[in-house]
Ligand binder design. Sequence first.
Ligand SMILES: Cc1cc2nc3c(=O)[nH]c(=O)nc-3n(C[C@H](O)[C@H](O)[C@H](O)COP(=O)(O)OP(=O)(O)OC[C@H]3O[C@@H](n4cnc5c(N)ncnc54)[C@H](O)[C@@H]3O)c2cc1C
Ligand SMILES: *[C@@H]1O[C@H](CO)[C@@H](O)[C@H](O)[C@H]1NC(C)=O
Ligand SMILES: *[C@@H]1O[C@H](CO)[C@@H](O)[C@H](O)[C@H]1NC(C)=O
Ligand SMILES: *[C@@H]1O[C@H](CO)[C@@H](O)[C@H](O)[C@H]1NC(C)=O
Ligand SMILES: CC(=O)N[C@H]1CO[C@H](CO)[C@@H](O)[C@@H]1O
Length: 372
Amino acid sequence: MKHIVIVGGSFAGVSTAHRFLKNANKSMTTPYKVTLVSRDSHFFWNIAASRALIPGQIPDEKLFQPITGGFAQYGNKFEFILGTATGVDVDGKRLVVIDAEGNETRIGYDYLVLGAGSQTKVDGPFKSSGSTEALRERLHDFQKWVKDATSVVIVGAGPTGIETAGELAFEYGKSKEITLISSGPTVLENRPASVSKTALGQLETLGVQVKFNTKVKEPVQLPNGKQELILSGGERLLADLYIPTFGVLPNSSFVPSQFLDSSGFIKVDEYLSVEGAEGVFAIGDVSNVEAPQFWFVEKQSTHMAKNLVLAVSGKPPVPYKASTTGLMGIHIGKKSGTGHFGNVKVPSFLVSMIRKTLFIENLSRTVDGSML
Ligand SMILES: Cc1cc2nc3c(=O)[nH]c(=O)nc-3n(C[C@H](O)[C@H](O)[C@H](O)COP(=O)(O)OP(=O)(O)OC[C@H]3O[C@@H](n4cnc5c(N)ncnc54)[C@H](O)[C@@H]3O)c2cc1C
Ligand SMILES: *[C@@H]1O[C@H](CO)[C@@H](O)[C@H](O)[C@H]1NC(C)=O
Ligand SMILES: *[C@@H]1O[C@H](CO)[C@@H](O)[C@H](O)[C@H]1NC(C)=O
Ligand SMILES: *[C@@H]1O[C@H](CO)[C@@H](O)[C@H](O)[C@H]1NC(C)=O
Ligand SMILES: CC(=O)N[C@H]1CO[C@H](CO)[C@@H](O)[C@@H]1O
């Protein structure tokens, strides 16, 4: 029996499990079992997180969906473990997991797929922060804080920061003061200049104030409930709410450091395989193969599942072709947005049309595998 253990309850982990189980069911004679380990009981549709911060916009059921239901179709070929991976014994081929009761277990694997993803540098409402309950609670806190705030400072001018600033400004107009802080001379650094310019123009049209070349130190909570932010220029900024969106921290602290690059991403070769760790693979945000974006995660997951079927059947794997074309699409409020495919800018109306619902209608079909 071949045991495939997958870590992560989001795009990388859940989709790879479904894809493997569907393919395996069709073609395989070798017995197999998949165990999915996730510290989240629910899949969280993070693509809609910027809109979800606004109270009343998206109900919880459209953001969170229990993971296990969609896997019942595979019977005893699938097992779900609610727990946190805390170590990998690559020589003994065992994953160390602390389960929901706090007990440590070691799960033997033939193949281990690491899809533990990433989070923002400072914990926020955008990504899992330990458990579904914790994330849901955090999201509800932010919704309440957003409702009560008259001034909001958003730190980080990447896609998440811009989408958050755009959503807030679109919803509240002049009734809230929205400031976006960028550490660089523009927004969306490393993207085509025309895309940065369009994004900036749209933010300003919505009334967002943007500060450039500014870094922010940890905020201080004042007795009157306000947050005091000390900016790199020495200036002090008072706000009712501070939303950190910057940084992509791979969730790789449970993986031995020799398998990580200098930024903490898991190093993989052209087979998505971790060199020096037999049978171990990494995909999604936690791996160093491509940019941490859903589109790439999908491509990797599809490939990974096929290679797992080959591996279990004793066949050689197929190399993965990492994309060299950068792409992005972001919404800025409900009526504008921007994006690019390589160096080609995507028209604003098209981005905002495609992203109208932020794909929340895909959640159920992603979690039960019927979309794949
Ligand atoms: C606000 C926002 C909007 C986005 N919009 C887009 C978009 O429009 N287009 C796009 O291409 N990309 C977008 N992205 C990026 C995209 O969401 C990520 O690329 C995607 O979520 C990565 O999926 P993943 O499964 O690799 O990791 P994650 O989604 O980060 O999930 C990791 C999972 O692993 C679990 N986990 C972590 N550590 C452990 C552990 N030690 N043990 C057990 N489980 C663990 C986590 O709880 C989580 O379930 C957006 C991201 C954010 C934050
Ligand atoms: C798996 O294969 C069996 C037999 O071919 C079939 O009856 C079953 O519906 C399949 N299950 C899934 C989830 O595809
Ligand atoms: C898990 O831990 C609890 C106490 O926290 C204990 O009662 C239980 O027996 C443990 N379960 C296993 C399977 O070891
Ligand atoms: C949502 O579903 C549509 C239609 O199936 C698909 O084209 C699109 O890529 C999906 N998007 C996401 C983010 O899941
Ligand atoms: C960077 C990193 O690894 N962050 C977190 C990943 O998940 C574990 C377990 O929940 C946390 O302890 C880490 O801080």
